[in-house]
Each structure stands twice: as C-alpha cells, then as structure tokens.
Design a protein around this ligand. Structure first.
Ligand code: NZQ
Ligand code: ZN
Length: 386
C-alpha cells in the first residue's frame, strides 16, 4: 500500500427530510446566495423546502446554471456575489450546480485579473468562500470532494480545478430527491459513479486489500440497486444506497494508498467540450476502448474485478479480464447508454487527432496510473471508441 494522508472535512447530513436542517448549518449572520440550475427544484418541491428552512436567514438567489456549468453564466453570479456582499454560498443541485458553486467560492476571493486563469493555469484553491450543498442528483460525488469541472463554451474547453479550500462545509443528502430525476439522469448517475470507482481501481495490484474491497463493494451495490432505481425511484432503500454509493465513490477514501488512472475522465471531458455529450455517457464511450488498449497493464485487476464483481470464475486471467470488459460495456448498454461515439455525432472524424493535439498543447504527455499514456495512445483509444 502506498503512503497517504487523508482529510475530508465535509459534514454529511443524510436521510429523509433532512433539508429542514439547513438553517442549523448556516451562520446566523450569513448573507447567503442560493445557486441552482434550470429550474427542476421549483417543480419537485426542493426549492420550497430550502426557502422554508432559510426563512430567518438573509439570502438572495441565482438560478440558471446549466448542465456542464458554463463560465460566462458563472461570471454573472460572481457579479451578484460582489454587489450584494455575499458571505456564504448554497448550491442546490447536481454536480453542475455544485461545481459552479465551487468555482464561485474560489473566484470570489481570487485576486488575479481573470478567474478563468484558476482553471487555465491549474491554480489550487487553498481558501474559498464557505459553501454548503443540498444534493439533488446522486452521481458525481462533488458534494463531498474538493474538485470541480467548468466549461467554457467560447473556447470549447472543459477544465478541472480544486484544492483543500473547496470542500463543502456540509452537504445535505435526502435520498427522496431522486423521485423526480428523469431516467436519463438516473442512468447517468449510476454510470458516472461506477466509472469513478473504476478509475481508482482498474490499475495494477497494490496490496491494498481494504481499498480494493471498498471499491468492489461500491460497484456491487450500484449493480444491485440499479434495476430498482430505474424501475421505481420512490423505493427509499434503493435510493438511499444509490445516493451513498455515489458519494463514497468519489470522496477521496477509496483512492488512498492506491494508484489511480483518471484517463477515461480526461478523454471524456473533451467529448463533452466538443459535442456536449452528457458527462457519464462520454465515460461509457471511452472506458471499454481504454481497458482494451491497456489490457496488458490492467489485466490482473480486470480479472480480479471479473471474479469479485461479476462472479466470472472460469478461464485464464486473460479470459476473465476480457469477459469483465464485455460485462461492463453491456451493463452500460442495458441501461440504454450507447458506447460508441458515432452514435452521438456524425462529425466524429478527426476527434481523436483533435484530442491528442489538445493534450500535447497542454503538456498532458503522460496519463494513467503509470503516467505513460502519450497523446498518440490517447489518439488510438479515442479512435477505437468511434
Ligand atoms: O438544471 P436543473 O433544472 O436542476 O436540472 C438538472 C439537469 O438538467 C437535472 N436534475 C438534477 N436534480 C434533479 C434534476 N431533475 C429532476 N429532479 C432532480 N432532483 O439533471 C440534469 C443534470 O444535472 P447535472 O448537475 O448536470 O448532472 P450531474 O450531477 O451528473 O453533474 C455533471 C457535471 O459534474 C461534473 C461533470 O463533468 C458535469 O459537468 N463532474 C464533477 C465531478 C466532481 N466535482 O467531482 C466529477 C465528475 O466526474 C464530473 O466530471
Ligand atoms: Zn465523472
């Protein structure tokens, strides 16, 4: 097992009707900006619950943060923060609203000329404006981690940011919120969380027995509850296990002491930036090709995953490893997710070359757990995903 340090300061408030506890978490003298997305919270009752909980706390609102939070929209929210003397941010939404709020937390205290530089120059945020979240969509884990991904429509870029200053102070996780989530987003959430685990697990054996089993148990739980979630999102037992699995998949715990990959996300983010494909779907496009291309380096963990998660016990290491890739792809397909880029856009020609060129320009010359995937490897993998 590798050496590690672990600190996750986010307080989780989990369970039925917990949005009512919001006011207990906010400083009484806070001037709060509530941030939300395209308006789903106004239809499903979450907005009303938040407003009721905040009745004695000074607050203003900013809605309209789109999926894949857009820089130009966030800059309007930043203006509100400055003009209204906001001291505390409250994200009410999924990964996009939470990530947008993290950007604002950083940008509100940023002293440089253009906040885009936080992303472009990979500036770590040591201290941000404090913020909390009310999670409405289990998927990204953003509610309990310190990362964010922001889109710039003008430059067609999607870049990550982070730092210890960007953990939420608290996150409220009421599994009942999933009742109103459309099927497409439920499927995305399951796929995103599942792939988060794969990114931190599908590398090479590192004698980290407990981390491996944490990872496997999250994937097993997601596989177990997925059919129920998709059939009946009002099933509270399935909803609560789904929600907690998504948070645990990316709150830092399972990556401690082990090598991690994250190349699937690096390539996937480019597909969202170029074609607007839902984040989770880009992962399902890239992952099967990535595991095939890196088969030799990953086959031992692929075989372990085959045995422990998919109960594939027959055959050689290679046989099991191949079967595991097939099982993973058909899991995505069975939930209705296409795993080839050509199913999402007719303009896929040249995508692999564009992505490889971008990575070269950014100096991303060695991705993956061995830092050995060069832009030409990325080009091959994206090609295989056409
Ligand atoms: O905008 P509204 O009206 O709220 O509707 C949203 C949006 O259309 C809707 N929705 C959310 N909760 C709902 C609901 N509809 C009905 N009922 C509810 N309870 O769902 C749609 C998608 O929301 P979004 O927040 O975009 O989805 P998700 O949570 O999947 O977030 C995706 C974003 O997170 C980033 C992705 O790149 C993408 O930009 N990620 C963030 C990560 C992180 N910070 O750790 C890691 C991830 O790998 C990912 O990159
Ligand atoms: Zn993801």
């Amino acid at each position: 097992m590798n050496n590690f340090e672990f600190k996750n300061p986010t307080k989780i408030i989990f369970g039925k009707d917990t949005i009512a506890k919001l006011s207990e978490e906010l400083p009484t003298d806070a001037r709060v900006l509530i941030l939300y997305g395209g308006g789903s919270i106004k239809k499903n009752g979450i907005y009303d619950q938040v407003k009721t909980a905040l009745k004695d706390i000074s607050h203003v609102e900013f809605g309209g943060i789109p999926a894949n939070p857009e820089y130009s929209v966030l800059m309007k929210a930043l203006k509100v923060i400055k003009e209204k003397g906001i001291t505390y941010l409250l994200a009410v939404g999924g990964g996009s609203v939470i990530d947008g709020t993290k950007f604002l937390s950083s940008a509100a205290l940023y002293e440089g000329d253009s906040p885009w530089d936080i992303l472009k120059d990979s500036k770590r945020t040591e201290v941000g404006m404090p913020f909390g979240t009310v999670l409405t969509l289990p998927a990204t884990g953003s509610e309990m981690n310190s990362g964010a991904v922001i889109t710039n429509a003008e430059t067609k870029e999607k870049l990550g940011m982070g730092g210890p200053g960007l953990f939420p102070q608290f996150s409220i996780l009421d599994p009942q919120v999933i009742q109103s989530i459309p099927q497409r987003q439920l499927v995305n959430g399951i796929t995103d969380a599942f792939t988060h685990v794969l990114e931190q697990y599908m590398t090479y054996p590192a004698a980290a027995l407990l981390q491996d089993r944490f990872a496997e148990s999250i994937m097993q739980t997601l596989l177990e509850v997925a059919p129920t979630i998709l059939k009946d999102p009002t099933d509270y037992n399935a909803a609560s296990n789904f929600m907690w699995s998504c948070t645990m998949a990316l709150n830092g715990l399972i990556q401690k002491g082990v090598p991690t990959d994250w190349a699937v996300h690096a390539m996937g983010h480019e597909l969202t930036a170029l074609y607007g494909i839902d984040h989770a779907r880009t992962l399902a496009i890239i992952a099967p090709s990535h595991y095939q291309y890196n088969f030799e380096a990953k086959k031992e963990k692929l075989a372990q995953y085959a045995e422990r998660v998919w109960n594939i016990t027959e055959g050689s290491i290679e046989d099991k490893a191949y079967a595991a890739i097939e099982k993973t792809e058909s899991f995505f397909n069975q939930m209705g997710i296409e795993t080839k880029l050509s199913k999402y856009t007719d303009n896929f020609d040249g995508t692999a070359e564009i992505i490889a060129k971008r990575f070269t320009e950014r100096g991303w010359l060695g991705l993956g757990e061995h830092k050995s995937l060069k832009p030409e490897d990325v080009e091959h993998i994206v090609h295989m995903a056409y």
